[in-house]
Ligand binder design. Structure first.
Ligand SMILES: CC(C)(COP(=O)(O)OP(=O)(O)OC[C@H]1O[C@@H](n2cnc3c(N)ncnc32)[C@H](O)[C@@H]1OP(=O)(O)O)[C@@H](O)C(=O)NCCC(=O)NCCS
Length: 135
C-alpha cells in the first residue's frame, strides 16, 4: 500500500539508518532497487541474529514491494521485526521509510519485504533455534 504521508513508527527503533548516495543511483536518477534490497537484507538480519543468538543465513525472500522511489539524499530507515519462527527458521518483516531532503521534508513508506533466515551451526547446517528467554 502506498503511504506518501507516513510518520516513522514512534514505538520502534530502526535496525539501520543510512543516507542514499549518488553512487547508489540508477541510470534514471533514482536509487537502484538492488541497493535497497541489500539494506533490507542487512536490516532483517539484525532481529534474526538476536533471535538465533548465532550465525544465520538468508534462505528466501518471500516478498518485496517497491511502493515509492528513493532519491539521492533521502535518509532511509529500515524497521525489522520477527513475525514467525519455525524449528530453525526466522521470518522477518522489514519496512523501509525515506525522509526526503530537508528542503522538501516528507516521510514516505517506500518498500516492504518479508525474508526468511535460517540459524546455522558450525558446519553451516540448520540449527534448532534456542528457546525464548534463554541466554
Ligand atoms: C539455508 C540452508 C542451510 C538450508 O539448508 P536446507 O538443507 O534447505 O535445510 P532444511 O531443508 O532443513 O531447511 C531449514 C529451514 O529453512 C526453511 N527453508 C528452506 N528453504 C526454504 C525456502 N526456499 N523458503 C522458505 N523456507 C525455507 C525450511 O522450512 C526449514 O525451516 P524450519 O526448520 O523452521 O522448518 C541452505 O539452503 C543454504 O546454505 N543456502 C544458502 C544460503 C545463502 O548462502 N544465503 C545467502 C545468499 S548469497
Amino acid at each position: 500500500m502506498t503511504d506518501t504521508n507516513a510518520i516513522l513508527p514512534a514505538d520502534k527503533q530502526p535496525a539501520i539508518k543510512i543516507v542514499a548516495m549518488p553512487k547508489d543511483a540508477n541510470a534514471g536518477g533514482s536509487i537502484f532497487g538492488g541497493w535497497i534490497m541489500s539494506q533490507i537484507d542487512i536490516a532483517g538480519a539484525v532481529p534474526a541474529l538476536e533471535r538465533a543468538k548465532g550465525r544465520i543465513v538468508t534462505v528466501a525472500v518471500n516478498s518485496i514491494e517497491f511502493h515509492e522511489p528513493v532519491f539521492i539524499g533521502d535518509l532511509i530507515s529500515c524497521y525489522a521485526e520477527v513475525i514467525n519462527t519455525g524449528r530453525t527458521s526466522i521470518t522477518v518483516k522489514v519496512e523501509v521509510y525515506a525522509e526526503r531532503q530537508p528542503s522538501n521534508k516528507q516521510t514516505v513508506k517506500v518498500t516492504q519485504a518479508e525474508l526468511i533466515y535460517v540459524a546455522l551451526d558450525e558446519d553451516r547446517k540448520p540449527r534448532k533455534l534456542p528457546d525464548l528467554g534463554t541466554d
